[in-house]
Design a protein around this ligand. Structure first.
Ligand SMILES: Nc1ncnc2c1ncn2[C@@H]1O[C@H](COP(=O)(O)OP(=O)(O)O)[C@@H](O)[C@H]1O
Ligand SMILES: [Mg+2]
Length: 144
């Protein structure tokens, strides 16, 4: 079975650093696949589901180029890569989607940043990284 590594990518500098860390982690593996995954969340409850859907589709379109340029870079370096943009219509923390993805795709290691795009928080770990550390079925590596 291949060594499946998930990078939770939200376009923050630390999630970019997580991509670099994933490259380090697979160096000794014979058959590794790096999964680059971005979750697009529904910002909050809204009266209009159609509007929410179209908004999220726009966000997904916007997220695509960044994730595809990482794929290109990894593949040029001879690394097998899968990319996915997950749309979350519920109001859950995006961590839930990452955790589910990890289970469904036999991920052995999740790499993510301690903080993301959420700006300065009071805590060392953001809500996504904190939930992933607590609930993922596999190893989690937090870069800072
Ligand atoms: N929507 C998302 N999709 C994929 N990965 C994410 C997403 N949000 C956060 N992450 C991952 O979790 C890390 C920590 O982010 P987060 O917990 O959201 O902190 P913050 O509160 O600072 O935004 C990020 O560096 C990134 O690796
Ligand atoms: Mg965040």
């Amino acid at each position: 079975m291949s060594f499946n590594v998930l990078v939770a990518y939200d376009r923050s500098d630390l999630s970019r650093k997580a991509v670099e860390e994933a490259k380090e982690q697979i160096k000794l593996a014979e058959d590794a696949v790096v999964h680059i995954v971005t979750v697009i969340s529904n910002g909050g409850p809204t009266v209009n589901a159609t509007l929410a859907r179209s908004f999220m589709n726009d966000l997904a379109k916007e997220a695509r180029p960044a994730i595809e340029s990482i794929r290109k870079e990894l593949e040029e370096g001879g690394i097998k890569c899968k990319t996915d943009i997950l749309l979350d219509y519920t109001f859950r923390n995006p961590a839930s989607q990452l955790i589910d993805y990890a289970k469904e795709n036999e991920i052995e290691l999740i790499v993510l940043g301690s903080r993301g795009l959420g700006g300065v928080g009071r805590f060392f770990l953001g809500s996504v990284s904190s939930q992933v550390v607590h609930q993922a079925h596999c190893k989690v590596l937090v870069v800072k």
